[in-house]
Design a protein around this ligand. Structure first.
Ligand SMILES: *Cc1c(COP(=O)(O)O)cnc(C)c1O
Length: 433
């Protein structure tokens, strides 16, 4: 059991006077689970230590970036060595070449890559390229998939009906999202319907090949290959947003796992090893359209930053077939053991997992799309989240998020997590009746 959080509370109050919601990214504020976010003092492996001295087993993993665990010695060493040689030059470096080589060697569909500074920037740039390459403007996205916070993709779907998007946030002009079309994840018919009506205007279908931003929702059999067929037929591009799944669900990302090759792929999170970075890539022909080879402008003062390249490279070099196999086994064991605890406690919930990302939905049926995810009992999740935190496990603070394992989550940590789950399910059953 963890102790009081007076210092986190003090800092959160101070932060709320200085930053919107006291945070620099909304989910961190615990809005959907309530309570006080823990201010982290330090982290090592899979353990977070907060400013009050409490320790937590971490399943946030900086939203997936920390697949090697926190402060992994290889990553720390690489960043330290790079740091001493200077942090940014605005001219090319060998580290950029090495990370590009590593990405191209791993990801089947990527022959050339451009580094940027965040996942948002990667997707934004890939969309620009897709529009330029096809001479079309419309983009199909899926309800519940998140692709960063830039204007034209900040559209959530009206549930059910595939429809023209409405902006999801004030400050986004309708004119900006009028080219954004929304379909339902795992529903090829909803995509076909859009192509039937507007096919000649659609530049790209953009998808998280494993949805992770509505909680983990795997692609149904035939969904990704169906998208591949529809896009080829109509001359649109298929863009996989692998900011979360890239180098997470397998060595070559979701496209390797499911054997479906997109035209363009975006990356982030893992390739920065915890330092801000993003990247996008595709065939030589498509990437030749990016400036300075081509006319599609895209630039960045700090793009290819040495610290980010070093952290990303050191992280990728820890990830080989063997480490992915071990991650898979641990993650499978965690999921199956939680399933067992749920059965024993007669609690209606499902755990959905792909590789080392998983989500527990308090719902009776498998979650296949956003409206399913929205139907799950999120109040129940909030309750469970608070219990887990009290028992020393820090889950992502929302029922719509993926939990991430890292190389540092060993068998003992999985056992300790299961013990916390067992206690937390008991704790919450008192409230939910
Ligand atoms: C996190 C995420 C993004 C945005 O990346 P940032 O680095 O936060 O800008 C985009 N797409 C997906 C699938 C993500 O998970």
């Amino acid at each position: 059991m963890n102790t009081p959080i007076s210092e986190s509370q003090r800092l959160f109050e101070l932060a709320q006077g200085l930053m919107p919601g006291g945070v620099n990214s909304p989910v961190r504020a615990f809005c959907s689970v309530g309570g006080t976010p823990r201010f982290i003092q330090s982290a090592q492996g899979c353990l977070l230590t907060d400013v009050d001295g409490n320790r937590y087993i971490d399943y946030v993993g900086s939203w997936g970036a920390m697949i090697a665990g926190h402060a992994a010695s290889e990553v720390v060493r690489a960043v330290e060595e790079t740091l001493r040689r200077g942090t940014s030059f605005g001219t090319p470096t060998m580290l950029e070449v090495e990370l590009a080589q590593e990405i191209v060697a791993r990801v089947p569909s990527v022959e050339k890559v451009r580094m940027v500074n965040s996942g948002t920037e990667a997707v934004m740039s890939a969309i620009r390229l897709a529009r330029a390459a096809t001479g079309r403007n419309k983009i199909v996205k899926f309800a519940g998939c998140y692709h960063g916070h830039f204007d034209s993709l900040l559209v959530q779907a009206g549930s059910g009906v595939a429809t023209l998007g409405l902006p999801d946030s004030p400050g986004v002009p309708c004119e900006t999202v009028c080219h954004t079309l929304t379909a339902d994840f795992n529903d090829l018919d909803s995509v076909q319907a859009l192509f039937k009506e507007l096919g000649t205007e659609i530049a790209a279908v953009l998808v998280e090949p494993v949805a992770g931003n509505m909680g983990v929702v795997p692609p149904a059999a035939g969904f990704l290959s169906g998208l591949r067929e529809i896009t080829v037929e109509s001359g649109a591009l298929l863009v996989f947003d692998e900011v979360m799944t890239g180098f997470r669900v397998s060595r070559g990302g979701a496209q390797e796992l499911y054997g479906v090759m997109p035209d363009l792929t975006t990356f982030g999170k893992v390739i920065g090893g915890g330092v801000p970075v993003g990247a996008y890539g595709g065939s030589k022909e498509l990437m030749a359209q990016i400036a300075p080879e081509g006319a599609v402008y895209q630039a960045g003062t700090l793009s290819g930053n040495p610290l980010a390249m070093a952290a990303g490279l050191a992280t990728l070099r820890l990830l080989d077939e063997d480490t992915y196999r071990r991650l898979e086994l641990k993650s499978a064991r965690l999921k199956e053991s939680i399933d067992e605890l749920l059965r024993d406690a007669e609690i209606q919930a499902v755990v959905q997992r792909v590789g080392s990302m998983l989500t527990l939905f308090f719902d009776t049926k498998a979650v296949r799309c956003f409206s399913d995810a929205a139907r799950a009992n999120h109040a129940r999740f909030a309750d469970f989240f608070q219990n887990m935190l009290r028992h020393g496990v820090h889950l992502p603070p929302s029922g719509y998020e993926a939990w991430f394992l890292s190389l540092a989550h060993d068998d003992a940590v999985v056992e300790a997590t299961l013990e916390a789950v067992r206690k937390s399910l008991h704790g919450s059953s008192v409230h939910s009746g």
